[in-house]
Design a binder for this molecule. Structure first.
Ligand code: SAH
Length: 232
């Protein structure tokens, strides 16, 4: 199933997870990858992981047939599984300045972005505020044997101070402004990829260099809002 992570190799989901399911045909997935390439996703590691990660397993049955369309899809609790293009773009941005070892994800949701990250970095720390979503995600990641994922049911706006600092932080819910706690938990040379704003949001990349933070604005995005507190 999953190759070991010896010799610097990250865990990989095996192609066998796809067999026997019509909607996940090779052709459907190749079409999605082609679309991502056309939209400017150029990192082959990211494309390979998206090609081999079974997105349909992160959706309820009623939605699974749409898993390889380039759209965001509902996962319950008024939350959405991000559009593949956005997952690819954010992951590419996170890895653009060199490999990442310890990555914090805010907003586990379905666990799909988590699964993508887990195959590209050493350890993923993922925080989710809605317990039932976290439980489902945990089960899926276990089924895929992605063992380098650590989960926390908490308000991710506070980061995960006990496990920081992180050389990468990726948020999949949008705060009105960048939470101080996330900047504090960014290691030197670390990168934060985060949507920021309300009705109108922008994807930002913040890089920590010595004692300054350099911010770059990438593009307009649409994420669910980052909310404080937790739901049991
Ligand atoms: N990466 C997810 C996206 C899910 S949508 C996926 O691919 O499926 C964003 C998620 O962020 C939701 O599950 C929502 O509950 C969660 N979220 C919102 N505010 C949060 C907060 N303060 N802390 C942790 N998770 C939060």
């Amino acid at each position: 199933m999953i190759q070991g992570r010896a010799t610097g190799e990250q865990a990989r989901v095996s192609g066998a997870d796809f067999k026997g399911i019509g909607m996940t045909s090779q052709r459907t997935r190749e079409r999605l990858i082609q679309r991502l390439v056309e939209q400017g996703i150029s990192d082959d590691r990211v494309l390979d992981v998206i090609r081999s990660t079974p997105r349909h397993l992160f959706l309820d049955e009623a939605m699974a047939h749409r898993a390889y369309e380039d759209v965001a899809l509902p996962i319950g609790f008024q939350q959405t599984l991000s559009q593949p293009y956005v997952v690819a773009r954010m992951t590419q941005l996170l890895l653009a300045a060199g490999p990442r070892s310890r990555v914090l994800e805010i907003g586990t949701g379905s666990g799909y972005q988590t699964a993508v990250l887990a195959q590209l970095v050493d350890e993923v720390y993922s925080v989710e505020r809605i317990k039932p979503l976290q439980q489902k995600a945990r089960k899926r990641l276990r089924e895929l044997k992605l063992r380098n994922v650590h989960m926390n049911h908490a308000d991710g706006g506070l980061g995960w101070p006990e496990r920081g600092p992180f050389d990468g932080i990726l948020a999949t819910a949008a705060p009105a402004s960048i939470p101080e706690a996330l900047l504090r938990q960014l290691a030197l040379g670390g990168r934060l990829v985060i949507p920021v704003g309300g009705d109108s949001q922008e994807l930002k990349v913040v890089t920590r260099t010595d004692d300054t933070f350099e911010t770059e604005t990438i593009e307009t995005v649409y994420f669910v809002p980052l909310r404080s507190g937790t739901v049991r």
